[in-house]
Design a protein around this ligand. Structure first.
Ligand code: CTP
Ligand code: MG
Length: 230
């Protein structure tokens, strides 16, 4: 039996949200954003263990106000994150043991579905590295520094990548250690494996799987919640 572990990242500062508390602890309707995110992985029968990565100084708050309060028994550990997202991921990865497939997910994406989670595991086992996402709805252009359009990209080839991003554990740990040692900056985890020539399979996520980033997203989140009844 494989062991599938979820790494949920909640160690950011949420600067673009502009609130005094980390955005993951803000409510959408009755519950904090991080509650919905952990609930989705807790309820999935495919997930054996969850690690939550939080900011230094927020460990007790997260334990008391989220994990103990809602009785999330699959959460095995709360780990302290790092300065950038990639440092938080590495800290989380190091805390896992006996893991075959790891799903790395933004704590700020509360509406991930069971299908997205099980597909992540399926494709990670098959291809080693995978991420979900959606096709962009807008036309995407490259803009030069003077504000003019340089060119229009082919929409059918573009893909907006979301999380979860799932990997064979040994592969992602090794690649994260390497980018860390080499001082390479990355914005997501698929870039980490691509850096060393590994292929990443992209599968269909959902337009509901938003990352709550700015205050408008809380409003959008309410509508999604209403629709999903979660
Ligand atoms: N994250 C993290 N550790 C960091 C930075 C980000 O664990 N050092 C997490 C965030 O908590 C979030 C996810 O990575 O769930 C995606 O990052 P983002 O949406 O950029 O969140 P923040 O960095 O918190 O927001 P902002 O960039 O607006 O400050
Ligand atoms: Mg950020």
């Amino acid at each position: 039996m494989s062991r599938n572990c979820a790494l949920i990242l909640a160690a950011g500062k949420g600067r673009r949200m502009g609130e005094s508390i980390n955005k993951q602890y803000l409510n959408i309707e009755k519950y904090p954003i991080l509650y919905y995110t952990i609930k989705a992985f807790s309820q999935s029968s495919c997930i054996d263990e969850i690690i939550v990565v939080v900011a230094e100084g927020e460990v007790d708050y997260c334990r008391k106000e989220i994990i103990e309060k809602y009785d999330f028994a699959k959460v095995k550990e709360v780990v302290i994150g790092g300065k950038e997202r990639q440092h938080s991921v590495l800290n989380g990865l190091k805390s896992l043991s006996n893991c075959e497939i790891v799903l790395i997910h933004d704590g700020a994406r509360p509406f991930v579905s069971e299908t997205i989670i099980s597909d992540a595991i399926f494709y990670a086992k098959l291809y080693g590295a995978t991420a979900c996402g959606v096709r962009p709805k807008d036309t995407i252009k490259i803009k030069d520094s003077s504000g003019f359009s340089l060119k229009t990209l082919k929409r059918e080839m573009l893909f907006c990548v979301q999380t979860p991003q799932a990997f064979k554990y040994d592969l992602i740990l090794e690649c994260h250690k390497k980018v860390n040692n080499e001082g390479i900056k990355v914005t997501d985890d698929t870039m980490v494996v691509e850096q060393y020539g590994n292929n990443v399979y992209l599968y269909e996520g959902s337009y509901d799987n938003i990352k709550v980033t700015t205050p408008e997203d809380i409003e959008i989140g309410r509508h999604i919640l209403d629709k999903l009844h979660c």
